[in-house]
Design a protein around this ligand. Structure first.
Ligand code: NAP
Length: 514
C-alpha cells in the first residue's frame, strides 16, 4: 500500500483485505480538470490533508486518455483553461490534446500536487460508514478512510462499446477512440470506423490518407460548422504574457459570445437557424456530390446533439478510398461487418468512436450511501444532484461535473470552477461550525431538480433526437438548461440551509478520535 507523505497519518482503521487504511480528510477520485482544479484550490485554502486517486499512469483525465490522432478541444483555448491559471502561450486558438495535457501536467508540477497523487489507483468501491461518519474508499492498490469523498471522474471517462452482435469475437483488431492503440499500424489496412460524433470527425481525416480502405459507419448525420481554428501569432502570445488583462478581455469576450448561443437552445429557434444555414452552406460548399450530401444532411434540430466543428471531415469522406455507410449494422462475423441489407465489409481493424457512459457511469455502481445502496440503485428513476454536486443518502460526498452541469454552448471549465467554489465554501462552513457531516435534504434536492426539469420542455435538447444528454428514461440529466453565470451565482456559497448537518460533538468519540 502506498504511503502519503504530505498527509498527516492518523491511527489506522482496519480496511477490507486486512491492510490498514490511510486516513485523510478528503479523497478525490480522478485527476482531470476537476480533480486537479480542486487540489489546487484546497492547497490555496491551506488544506493539505487530501489524496487524489487516479487509475491511469499519469494525470489529465480525459485529456490523458484521449490521444487519438487529431484530438482537439472545440472550445477556444483562452476559455478552456482555469481563470486562476491562464496560459498566454497557447499555440492555437483551439488547443489540441497534447497541449491541454501538457497544461494539466504543468499545473500538477507548479502547484506541487504530486505528493498527494496516487497514480495507478483505480476506484473499486466506496461505502459510507454511518457509525464512523466516514467513507471507506477502496482502490486497486490500497484503501483509504476519508471524511469527504469527491467524485471527480467526469462524464467522459468510461468508453461505451456498441451492443453489436459478434463484435467481441471480431477476429481483427478493435479499439475505442479513447483507448487508441498507437502501436497498431493502420497503414494500408481495411478499417471500419463506427460512429460519427465529436471524436470520429476528428480522427477520420487524420487516418483516411494512411489506410487502404476506410468504411465510416454513420447512424445519425451530425451538424458540422466550419472551424475557425488557427495558430496563434507570436505577437498574440507576447501580448498576453506582458499584458494578462488583454488575455482576460479576450476570455471574457469569448465567454459572453458563447452565453448568447444559449438563446438558440432554450428560447427561440430563430437564434439557431442562422447557425443551421451556415452549416448547410458548409455542406453544400464542401460536398458537390448530391447523393453523398443527402446522406450527410442532419435530420434533427441543430444543438439537440453536440454541434461539431470541422473543415476536413467532409473532404475526408470524399476521398476515393473512403466509403460512408449509412445502412444499419446487423452483426460482426469473423472479420466481416454484416449490414441489415445483407451486404458485407471485410476489415482488418474496427475503431469505435461510439462515445462514453455519460448517464450510466460505472462509478455509480461502486459508491454506496448510508442505506447501503449504490448510486445506480438509488437513481433508477434518474440521477439528481443538488447544485450538480450533492446526492441524497450520500453524506459528505461531492460529485464534480455531476448531473445537469453539462453544456452544449460554453466551457465546462467555467462550470467546474463554480463547483470548486461550492466545495471550498462547504469546507469553510464545516470548519467554522465544527460540522462533521452534511447531507442534502431530500426535499431541497427534489425542489432543485424540479426547477431544472421544468426548464427542459421546449428546449432544443428535448426536440426529439436521441443523444447522450438523455438517460434511459428520456430525462435530460446531463445539461444545465440556463446561463452559466446563474450556476456560478448559485454555487458561490454553500447553502447550508439545504443540508442536514451533524456536528463533530455528536459523532461518537471513538469514531472522531480514531
Ligand atoms: P459521441 O458524440 O457520443 O458519438 C458517438 C457516435 O457513435 C455517434 O455518432 C453515435 O451515433 C455512434 N454510435 C454509438 N453507438 C452506435 C452503434 N451501436 N452503432 C452505430 N453507431 C453508434 O461520442 P464521442 O465522439 O466520443 O464524443 C463524446 C463527447 O466527448 C462529445 O460530445 C464531447 O462532449 C466530447 N468530445 C469533445 C471533443 C472536443 O472537441 N472538445 C472531442 C471529442 C469528444 P448516434 O448519433 O446515432 O447515437
Amino acid at each position: 500500500m502506498s504511503s502519503l507523505a504530505a498527509v498527516p497519518a492518523g491511527p489506522a482503521k482496519q480496511a477490507r483485505g486486512g491492510a490498514p487504511a490511510d486516513r485523510v480528510r478528503i479523497a478525490i477520485v480522478g485527476s482531470g480538470f476537476a480533480g486537479l482544479g480542486l487540489a489546487i484550490r484546497l492547497k490555496q485554502a491551506g488544506i493539505e490533508d487530501f489524496v487524489m486517486l487516479e487509475r491511469a499512469a499519469d494525470v489529465g483525465g480525459t485529456w490523458q486518455a484521449n490521444t487519438y490522432p487529431g484530438c482537439q478541444c472545440d472550445v477556444p483555448s483562452h476559455l478552456y483553461s482555469f481563470s486562476f491559471a491562464p496560459n498566454p502561450g497557447w499555440t492555437r486558438t483551439y488547443s489540441r490534446q497534447p497541449e491541454i495535457w501538457d497544461y494539466l501536467r504543468g499545473l500538477a508540477d507548479r502547484h506541487d500536487l504530486h505528493p498527494h497523487i496516487r497514480l495507478g489507483h483505480e476506484l473499486t468501491g466506496a461505502s459510507w460508514d454511518d457509525d464512523e461518519q466516514r467513507w471507506h474508499v477502496h482502490t486497486s492498490r490500497g484503501d483509504w478512510s476519508a471524511q469527504i469523498l469527491v467524485d471527480a471522474t467526469g462524464p467522459l471517462s468510461h468508453p461505451k462499446l456498441p451492443a453489436i452482435r459478434g463484435l467481441r469475437r471480431f477476429e481483427g483488431k478493435v479499439f475505442h477512440s479513447a483507448e487508441w492503440d498507437h502501436d497498431h499500424d493502420l497503414t494500408g489496412e481495411r478499417v471500419a470506423v463506427i460512429g460519427t460524433g465529436a471524436s470520429a470527425i476528428q480522427f477520420v481525416p487524420r487516418i483516411a490518407g494512411r489506410v487502404g480502405k476506410l468504411h465510416v459507419f454513420q447512424r445519425t448525420a451530425p451538424w458540422i460548422l466550419p472551424h475557425t481554428d488557427r495558430p496563434t501569432t507570436r505577437l498574440e502570445r507576447r501580448l498576453y504574457k506582458a499584458l494578462p488583462l488583454a488575455q482576460k478581455a479576450v476570455r471574457a469576450g469569448v465567454y459572453a459570445a458563447r452565453e448568447f448561443f444559449l438563446l438558440g437552445y432554450i428560447k427561440d429557434r430563430r437564434f439557431a437557424t442562422g447557425a443551421e444555414r451556415v452549416a448547410k452552406a458548409h455542406l453544400r460548399r464542401q460536398v458537390p456530390d448530391a447523393a453523398l450530401r443527402a446522406k450527410l444532411r442532419p435530420h434533427f434540430r441543430l444543438g439537440c446533439k453536440r454541434i461539431l466543428l470541422s473543415n476536413d471531415w467532409y473532404p475526408a469522406l470524399m476521398r476515393p478510398n473512403v466509403e460512408l455507410v449509412t445502412d444499419e449494422i446487423s452483426h460482426v462475423h469473423g472479420r466481416t461487418i454484416v449490414l441489415a441489407d445483407g451486404s458485407e465489409r471485410e476489415v482488418d481493424t474496427i475503431i469505435l468512436g461510439t462515445g462514453f457512459h455519460v448517464t450510466d457511469p460505472p462509478t455509480a455502481r461502486l459508491v454506496r450511501g448510508r442505506d447501503g445502496r449504490t448510486i445506480a440503485q438509488a437513481s433508477q428513476a434518474g440521477i439528481q444532484a443538488y447544485r450538480g454536486a450533492t446526492l441524497a443518502g450520500l453524506p459528505n460526498l461531492f460529485k464534480l461535473i455531476g448531473p445537469n452541469t453539462g453544456l452544449g454552448h460554453n466551457s465546462m471549465i467555467y462550470m467546474i470552477e463554480a463547483q470548486l467554489n461550492y466545495v471550498i465554501d462547504a469546507l469553510r462552513v464545516m470548519d467554522e461550525g465544527d460540522i462533521a457531516t452534511f447531507e442534502i435534504r431530500p426535499e431541497a434536492l427534489a425542489a432543485y431538480n424540479a426547477k431544472i426539469q421544468s426548464k427542459m420542455p421546449g428546449t432544443v435538447w428535448m426536440s426529439g433526437c436521441s443523444s447522450w444528454y438523455l438517460d434511459a428514461n428520456g430525462n435530460n440529466t446531463t445539461i444545465w438548461p440556463d446561463f452559466t453565470f446563474r450556476f456560478r451565482h448559485h454555487t458561490r456559497r454553500f447553502d447550508v440551509g439545504a443540508y442536514a448537518l451533524r456536528r463533530s460533538a455528536d459523532v461518537p468519540r471513538t469514531a472522531v478520535a480514531a
